[in-house]
Design a binder for this molecule. Structure first.
Ligand SMILES: [Zn+2]
Ligand SMILES: [Zn+2]
Length: 314
């Protein structure tokens, strides 16, 4: 699961940071979260690939959606035929439709607008799902959690081969799939050589939000939480007025959730010259890794365990 930060600026772009967008590539599935103006060009610059079938919009403020018209029109120029799904909070269908059809555009490929509410499963795949998370902004808004299913337990090849005398072959894959096998005149149960299921990864992207209980719950043990950190505490009042979070508030949520890593984003232009107060504050209040990614930064989200032993038993 690779995350590419495409836009990390709040409200307006700067020369160094574009407005909000983030791309998750999970085994070739490209999931685009928010689509600020110029996102398509960021995708080219940072080589994420263009084969996006799902866009997840957190809310309809311009700095999160104004890239949709350009992206859709480029897909059209490229003779796209595959359908595109745009997931967005309830009450935003009209706004998204206007963006899709901006400047008289009439895409020749199907565009499905799917309105979503908190706790709904937005996308259900074989090995993971994307859920909407309740957030608190000045308009209809949701965050999103990418939650992987548990993985198969670790296969103890040494025990299978040396203690039980089963040679590598089809019996290994059967056992790893959870099926018993006959060997040496007895039944070998999978539990003898396969460990307990291991948790998959959890990634949470809040979009713009005040700190909320729902985000803390969704980000429980998250391997990466990307949280609104528009301001440092010197602008805490402003954060409240505009329904954003300070770095300290984002850090408190990450801490409560037991998240492993916190990426701070949607940085106000007030900190364009020096964003160190935001990073410093988050690190004071959160023990895990906390940082402000730059546009174009990539992060490979590791498994909760070290990820080794993933090779199949075949
Ligand atoms: Zn915003
Ligand atoms: Zn907003």
């Amino acid at each position: 699961m690779r995350v590419t930060f495409l836009g990390t600026s709040g409200a307006v772009p700067t020369t160094r940071r574009n407005t909000s967008a983030l791309l998750v590539n999970r085994d070739g599935d490209r999931l685009l979260f928010d689509c600020g103006e110029g996102t398509q060009r960021q995708m080219m610059r940072f080589s994420t690939g263009f084969a996006v079938d799902h866009v997840f919009v957190t809310h309809c403020h311009g700095d999160h959606v104004l890239g949709i018209p350009g992206l859709v029109q480029t897909f059209d120029f490229n003779d796209r035929e595959r359908p595109l799904a745009i997931h967005a909070p309830h009450g935003t269908r009209g706004g998204i439709e206007d963006l899709v059809h901006a400047a008289g555009n009439d895409p020749s490929f199907p565009v499905r607008i799917n309105q979503v509410g908190p706790d709904e499963v937005v996308l259900d795949r074989d090995e993971y799902e994307v859920r909407a998370v309740r957030t608190d902004h000045r308009t209809n808004a949701v965050g999103y959690a990418v939650v992987e299913d548990d993985r198969k337990g670790r296969f103890d090849r040494e025990k299978a081969e040396e203690e039980l005398g089963i040679s590598p072959g089809p019996k290994y894959s059967k056992l790893h799939r959870g099926e018993p096998v006959e060997h040496d005149g007895r039944t070998v149960e999978p539990e003898e050589v396969v460990g307990p299921p291991r948790p998959g990864r959890r990634f949470v992207y809040t979009g713009d939000t005040r700190p909320t209980d729902a985000v803390a719950a969704a980000a429980e043990d998250a391997d990466l939480l990307v949280h609104d950190a528009t301001f440092a505490s010197d602008w805490a009042d402003r954060a409240k007025e505009t329904a954003h979070s300070t770095a300290r508030e984002a850090a408190a949520i990450a801490d409560r959730a037991g998240a492993k890593r916190l990426a701070l984003t949607h940085i106000s232009t007030r900190y364009a010259g020096d964003h160190s107060p935001i990073e410093r504050e988050a690190r004071e209040h959160f023990d895990g890794d906390a940082w402000i990614p730059d546009d174009g930064d990539r992060f490979d989200v590791p498994f909760p365990d070290d990820g080794t032993g993933d090779e199949s038993a075949d």
